[in-house]
Design a binder for this molecule. Structure first.
Ligand code: SGN
Ligand code: CA
Length: 514
């Protein structure tokens, strides 16, 4: 009898605790690394299917004009958590940056507003995370196979398994033990789909029958674009895209500069997985050795290998987004949770002949953004207003009913999510600034403005070149119109608009260059 009584009281307590007494929406923010719109089927032109990511879009909203402020991991993450451009949050580049965690951040403000805050996965801001009740992060870029995690007490441990699955397991485990009476914001930061695209064993043979179409401008020779000519992110170049490290093809005797890095990653596998891995890539290497390729044929071969491995990594990612959504659904959390899916930037899938990001050209300036909305937010379908990753912080704060500090530079997306008519008042242009040069991939420093139909970019530092694009007639940005008298009017107008944005965001770069 006593036993039954105890059980009933425990059950009652659980039911009571399960009701979230604070009705503000939860937020699950899923951010991947280097996942791009071209590889997400909801965006309409992907060669692979991403059903779970698409589910978010179909049940919620898809932002068709979504951009970053600085197309690189650390800087992008810093923009996201501060709601400010790089020159204001101080984290301008991966190579020399340490994020000043004592500054105001959105996670801190959410915490102060009574939210439980947790961060799991890639952090990449060097300093210790601040503003999180709980964190469990990857060191630096992290590893796909049996990754090491840095726990909140400073200790590290190697966790068995595939990184994308582990990050999801940890996210679910955190939600399981949270205080159900208070709202939460959970940041799920995947390593996928970052270089060097190491697949989960169960998908190692997926996509091998698929031949990916080359983008129209795959053989771009970058005329009229000096910075593009001098980049080091070309699929064709053996220096930029390495046969061993990137395409996982061993050419006997060809011990490239990255072999040790590659072996370091592969040696993390335990013996059963290592066998599967080697069986697969060794057989590819063997057939390559029997039928060696060169010139254009070799470049196209590298492109196919790149696309297939990227697709495999994306497949595991899509599964795991599905797992997380199912967890929310099964636990009756979906109705009152904002689920955001985005990436730290877009990526080149062979456009201009490239991989990687950094440039202000469309593929890497854009980032996928879909949201499944909590009750009370009625908007559905495509949102075509121009949004940027500095907008997430004010959006989450407004949803939490917390004040938005004046120095936050992004705009809250709440009016858009409520389906309100913004009466033409929404921004008509976005500002971009990339700083990491000299550095890997050799993309020059640049800043610029993108409007609905035009783009003006200034490459500076060891170069002084402007580029102007008419995005309506030249969406793949092949023709630099800068200085062409036919476009003098647009050029002048964009220069003016750019200066206005730099004034608005208080970026002193133009005066520094004079
Ligand atoms: C690593 C990669 C680069 C990549 C940067 C930044 N090289 O250095 O290809 O551009 O990260 O990526 S690797 O040999 O280590 O794979 S970011 O997404 O973290 O900004
Ligand atoms: Ca990235």
């Amino acid at each position: 009898m006593r036993k039954t009584y105890t059980l009933v009281s425990i059950l009652m307590a659980t039911v009571h605790a399960a009701a979230q007494t604070d009705a503000r929406p939860n937020i699950v923010y899923i951010m991947t690394d280097d996942h791009t719109e071209q590889m997400m089927s909801a965006y309409g032109h992907s060669p692979i299917q991403t059903p779970n990511l698409d589910r978010l879009a179909h049940e919620g909203v898809l932002f068709s004009e979504s951009f970053v402020a600085n197309s690189l991991s650390g800087p992008s993450r810093a923009c996201m958590i501060t709601g400010k451009h790089s020159h204001k949050n101080g984290f301008t580049n991966n190579e020399h940056g340490i994020f000043d965690g004592s500054q105001q951040t959105m996670p801190k403000l959410m915490q102060q507003a009574g939210y439980q805050t947790a961060l799991i996965g890639k952090w990449h801001l060097v300093s210790k995370p601040t503003g999180f009740d709980f964190y469990d992060i990857l060191p630096g870029q992290g590893d796909y196979y049996n990754p090491t995690f840095i726990h909140q007490d400073g200790t590290r441990s190697v966790e068995k398994g595939y990184c994308t699955n582990i990050i999801t397991d940890k996210s679910i485990a955190w939600m399981e033990q949270r205080d159900p009476s208070r709202p939460f914001i959970l940041f799920v930061h995947h390593k996928a789909c970052h270089r060097d695209w190491l697949p989960e064993m169960k998908y190692i043979r997926e996509f091998e029958d698929q031949t990916f179409e080359l983008p129209d401008n795959f053989r771009d020779t970058w005329e009229g674009r000096t910075a593009a000519q001098q980049q080091e992110m070309s699929i064709a170049s053996s220096h930029d895209m390495d046969m061993v490290y990137d395409t996982k093809i061993y050419i006997p005797g060809d011990h490239t500069r990255l072999t040790d890095d590659y072996l370091g990653k592969i040696s993390r596998l335990d013996s059963a997985d290592s066998q599967i891995y080697h069986q697969f890539y060794d057989s590819l290497s063997l057939s390559f050795k029997q039928h060696p390729l060169e010139g254009d044929a070799l470049t196209e071969y590298k492109f196919q290998r790149y696309m297939r491995d990227y697709a495999k990594v994306t497949r595991s990612l899509d599964d795991n987004v599905g797992r997380l959504l199912n967890y929310l659904e099964e636990n009756h959390l979906l109705d009152n949770t904002l689920v955001v899916y985005t990436s730290d930037q877009g990526f080149y899938m062979g456009e201009h002949g490239w991989f990687d990001k950094r440039f202000m050209y469309e593929e890497s300036l854009r980032t996928p953004l879909v949201m499944r909305l909590p009750k009370g937010y009625e908007r559905r379908g495509e949102v075509s207003d121009m949004v940027q990753n500095i907008d997430y912080a004010p959006t989450f704060l407004e949803m939490a009913g917390a004040p938005i500090p004046k120095d936050i530079q992004g705009e809250s997306l709440v009016p858009l999510l409520k389906g309100k008519n913004t009466q033409g008042k929404w921004r008509k242009a976005i500002y971009y600034h990339f700083y990491e040069y000299p550095a890997e991939h050799a993309v020059k420093r640049h800043y610029g403005i993108r409007t609905g139909g035009w783009k003006l970019i200034h490459f500076y530092n060891d170069i002084d070149q402007w580029e102007l694009y008419d995005l309506k007639t030249d969406p793949t940005e092949m023709h630099n119109l800068y200085g062409n008298p036919r476009y003098a009017k647009q050029q002048k107008r964009l220069h003016k608009q750019l200066l206005k944005l730099q004034k608005k965001y208080d970026d002193p770069i133009e005066s520094q260059l004079k």
